[in-house]
Design a protein around this ligand. Structure first.
Ligand SMILES: [Zn+2]
Ligand SMILES: [Zn+2]
Length: 134
C-alpha cells in the first residue's frame, strides 16, 4: 500500500482542503450568527470569529484546488506516448493525430462520446459496436 504515496499526498491535500473549508464555514457561521443574535459575547470576538472562519474557508478552497490541479498535472505527466496503430510511429502523449501518417490517434464512441482504443470493436462504456473506419 505504500507505493501509492503520491496519490495519498494528493488525497491528504484535498482532504485537508475540504476539511478546512467546512471548519472555516462553520466558524464563520457561528461568528455571523452571534453577530445577528446579539449573543452575550464581545463584539470583537464575534468579528474575529467570522473573519477567521472566512479566511480558513478560503485557505481550504485553495488547498482543495491545489490538490485537484496537482493530480491533473501528474495525470498528464504519467500519460504514455501514443503509438500509432496504422504505421507504428510513437507520438508524444496527448497527440490527437499521428505525426507521421496523419491518422487520428483517438477514436470517440459515436453513441456516448467515450474515448476508445483505435482497435476497439465495442465501446467499453456503453457497449455500442464501433465502426472500423473514422
Ligand atoms: Zn501513423
Ligand atoms: Zn459508447
Amino acid at each position: 500500500m505504500k507505493d501509492k504515496k503520491k496519490t495519498d499526498s494528493r488525497g491528504i491535500l484535498r482532504g485537508f482542503g475540504v476539511f478546512a473549508t467546512i471548519v472555516g464555514l462553520l466558524l464563520a457561521a457561528v461568528g455571523l450568527t452571534m453577530l445577528m443574535t446579539d449573543a452575550a459575547v464581545d463584539n470583537n470576538l464575534k468579528y474575529s470569529l467570522a473573519i477567521a472562519g472566512i479566511v480558513v474557508a478560503v485557505v481550504g478552497v485553495i488547498f482543495t484546488l491545489a490538490g485537484i490541479r496537482k493530480s491533473k498535472e501528474e495525470k498528464e505527466a504519467q500519460a504514455a506516448p501514443i503509438k500509432c496503430v496504422y504505421c507504428g510511429e510513437t507520438n508524444p502523449a496527448g497527440s490527437k493525430f499521428c505525426r507521421k501518417c496523419g491518422k487520428p490517434t483517438v477514436k470517440k464512441c459515436v453513441n456516448c462520446g467515450a474515448i476508445l482504443d483505435l482497435d476497439a470493436k465495442y465501446c467499453n462504456t456503453c457497449g455500442v459496436r464501433v465502426r472500423k473506419d473514422s
